[in-house]
Design a protein around this ligand. Structure first.
Ligand code: 5AD
Ligand code: SF4
Length: 440
């Protein structure tokens, strides 16, 4: 038995919903629990503790988790000794409703409460253990997450968000911005490099708002580039307003920083951008795109688009399509606006019908498919270095990896080639999602 009264080998089953930050947080949670003597369950049926790390960004994400909680309630009925916990953004967002709707939960923990998980799991009683306090200082800088296998690792550089876009729940559920000290990040990344990781993706809700004392994000990129063994550096997600010249310069001059930028647009209409409180106009966004493209000619750009925000007219929507055409994105994540409690847009309500949102979404997706196909096909005949990740998901005898500009490339395996190697490939054909290549 450990100090919490569990068998020394209590087994944990952890499911992760939502974004890359949540995947990274789950790796952190796994590390916290391992330190406390827990091990990972290999299947749900043998778990002593079941945890869901959840997402609150759109209603749909929450509905998925509520459905899953229903399944787990039945499991809990059959095996009442199993501890069931809800972690992450939904825990923070819906704590009161959750405790009411899901009274069989043993634990509800927000994103700043993970240090206390072992203690909370040890609490027994009829009421769930709840900790949804946000903590302005918590960066978990001293805890090394349990990274998965693979040549790429996602490393949290900053947490929280101070932007308060009118539609977005993130600042409420993840709290204020705080950055991990550079010394901790560099130590962590050096250890990853020693274990065979070749690519790091620096993570943060607004990652380029990173600041620790005098170190800003541009300088952080240069510090990571100085780590031996790390060959490729990426980051996600930056905010257009924080794309300083220092960041652009670091991307342009550090060969390890890869020519790929995820630059969330949300809308192409100035009226809607203002209503969303995004902090830029369509012209400023296009200027920024022109500046980064001038500095980094091979740059690929992806984006996030929301259709059907409060008050979005056909004209506003047309401006989004126009801006997408003007930029020519390599890929895009597209969403129907979902009203979120606590946000500033919540009281405005929904003005665009579900059917109309769906129509606009389909149009945006069709336009993006066209744009992706053109951007991918334009690479036919070109040669790129690809960092091998492993066997391709489809295609017998094929390997897969990413080009510098983050496109999936598949190519024939050859004896001696393994994950972590970089190989030159030539593009022979393309869809809007994959480059098929030969070894160059
Ligand atoms: N409704 C729809 N999409 C949203 N996003 C954030 N909040 C909402 C919302 N309420 C999208 C934005 C953001 C991405 C991570 O999720 O496009 O960039
Ligand atoms: Fe949400 Fe805006 Fe912060 Fe991104 S920058 S997490 S969209 S509030």
């Amino acid at each position: 038995m450990d100090e919490n009264g569990h068998g020394a080998q209590a087994r944990v089953w952890l499911e992760t919903y939502g974004c890359q930050m949540n995947v990274a947080d789950s790796q952190l949670v796994t590390a916290v629990l391992r330190r406390a003597g827990y091990v990972t369950a290999t299947k749900l049926e043998e778990a002593d503790v079941i945890l869901l790390n959840t997402c609150a960004i759109r209603e749909h994400a929450e509905e998925r988790v509520l459905g899953r909680l229903g399944d787990l309630a039945r499991l809990k009925q059959a095996r009442p000794e199993v501890k069931l916990g809800l972690l992450g953004c939904m825990a923070q967002h819906n704590r009161a409703a959750l405790v009411e709707k899901a009274p069989w939960l043993d634990l509800v923990a927000g994103p700043d409460a993970y240090r206390r998980l072992p203690e909370m799991l040890g609490e027994s009683g009829f009421d769930p253990a709840v900790d949804v306090r946000l903590n302005r200082a918590e960066t978990y800088a001293d805890i090394s997450p349990e990274y998965g296998a693979g040549v790429r690792a996602y490393v949290t550089a900053m947490r929280g968000c101070d932007k308060f876009c009118a539609f977005c729940v993130v600042p409420y559920v993840r709290g204020r911005e705080r950055s991990v000290p550079p010394a901790d990040l560099i130590r962590e990344i050096s250890e990853l490099a020693a274990r065979g990781v070749r690519e790091v993706v620096l993570l943060g809700q607004t990652v380029n708002a990173y600041r620790y004392e005098l170190v800003g994000f541009g300088q952080l990129l240069r510090m990571v580039a100085a780590v031996d063994g790390i060959e490729r550096i990426r980051f996600t997600s930056p905010h257009p307003s924080d794309m300083s010249q220092a960041v652009i310069d670091a991307m342009a001059s550090e060969p390890k920083v890869q020519p790929y930028l995820h630059l969330p647009l949300q809308s192409g209409s100035d009226r809607i951008l203002a209503a969303m409180d995004r902090g830029y106009t369509s012209t400023q966004y296009l200027d920024l795109v022109a500046r980064v493209r001038a500095a980094i000619p091979e740059l690929a750009i992806s984006t996030d688009i929301i259709v059907g925000f409060h008050g979005e007219t056909e004209n506003d929507f047309g401006a989004t399509l126009e801006l997408m055409r003007a930029v020519g994105y390599d890929s895009a994540f597209t969403f129907k606006y979902s009203v979120r409690e606590h946000t500033r847009a919540h009281r405005l309500g929904d003005t665009v019908s579900e059917a109309e949102k769906q129509r606009r979404l389909s149009e945006v997706i069709a336009l993006q498919e066209e744009s992706s196909l053109a951007r991918y096909r334009a690479l036919a005949g070109r040669v790129f270095p690809v960092l091998i990740e492993g066997p391709a998901r489809r295609g017998v005898g094929m390997l897969a990896g990413k080009t510098p500009d983050y496109k999936t490339a598949i190519f024939p395996a050859r004896a001696g080639l393994t994950a972590g190697d970089t190989v030159a490939v030539r593009v022979t054909s393309a869809t809007g999602h994959t480059l098929t290549c030969t070894l160059a």
